[in-house]
Structures are given as C-alpha cells and as structure tokens.
Design a protein around this ligand. Sequence first.
Ligand SMILES: [Zn+2]
Length: 226
Amino acid sequence: MKATLASLFAVALFVVVPFAQEKTPTPDAVLSDLRAGNARFVSKQFKRPHQTAERQHELATGQNPEASILTCADSRVPPEIIFDQGLGDLFDVRVAGNVARDPEIASLEYATEHLHCPVIVVMGHQKCGAVSAAAEAGTPPGHLSSLVDAIKPAIDAAAKLPGDKIANAVRINVQNVVKQLREAKPILSEATAAGHLKIVGAVYSLDTGKVDWLPDAAAAQKTSAK
Ligand SMILES: [Zn+2]
C-alpha cells in the first residue's frame, strides 16, 4: 500500500505541479469564499467564475485549488455548482456516504501536502442513499457492505437520539469523518495542529440548496441530544 501511494504521489507530482507563485489563502478566507459561493447558488445569482478557455489553458500547467471537498457521489451534490466555483478551484473527493478510507485519505493528503490546500470540507447531504442503506437491516448486496460498515457507527449513535434518524446519522457521519481526518497521522493531523489546515463539516440541503456548516462534534452532540 505504501509503495503504491508513494508511486501515485510521485507520478502526480510530476504531472501536476501547484502554482508556486500563487499565495495560499488562509483557511478562514477560503471558508468565507465558499459561504459566499453557496449564497449565490441559493439565490441563483451565479458568478460562474473560472470557466473560460483561458482558465482551462492556464490550468494545463498546474493547479492551486482553494479547498478539498470530501462529499457524496450523489448526482445532486456537485461541489462546483453548489459553491459556485470553476475549473481548478476545488479538489473533489467523491464517494457514496462521504466516507474516508485509505484512498480518500490519501487523496486529501495529496491536496494538503502537495497542493497546499488550506481547507477540507466533509459534506454530507439530506436523504443520503448510502446512509439510508446503512440504516437498513440485513446484508447489503454487492460491494455495498464496505460503505455500510464505514457509516454504521453513525447509525448506531443516531439510534440513541430523538428526531429524524437518517438526518441525525448524516450529521454524525460527517462529524465522525471530520474527527477521523483531523487525527489521520501524520500529514493531516500535523497540518491541522500547525494551523495550515482547517477541516470542517457541513450538510447540504436538497430542498433549499443551502450548506449548513456544522460546529465541532462535541458541541453538536450536546445540542442534538437536547
Ligand atoms: Zn449520498
């Protein structure tokens, strides 16, 4: 696994070099840009930045995305549209249920270490099919069990809370993954401790288009248990 990852990084480094001349924005500046982009999406007042031929050609020599987004593969949750961003702006890692196993963590490590991405957003969404599948009894078909196993701790925690079980599980799953990434040694944990990286959780509403930014897990658990 290590050798494979190392080769992946070596190849990726060779092919995709970040723009050394561009200054890395602070995590807070990036989050504020994402909030503004989502507000434009909600009101449908799009800017649609960075979607010109010029931008496309400029990116052929490297990339300098401002945020990594770990979100669901669900077709209704495309980060560039939800945050009104363009080419080269977001480093997307998409997998059903926005879980973080080795390939997802490795991708986020690459964005953090080599592209100097200062923010990781872990974004779940309303009525997530992967979370619903994990909540169902019995053995899921095909390869679904690998996702279900990763989401199961959130299902178990949500079972103890009042309110909508799936909505609670979606939120807790995000909080679990945020915690998992913050503790992922050595790259993500060290970048977080040094203040170079902020890892935040969010839940996207299919109804309103709004991204609800989550407080830290400990505080949120207390609030939802009221
Ligand atoms: Zn989903």
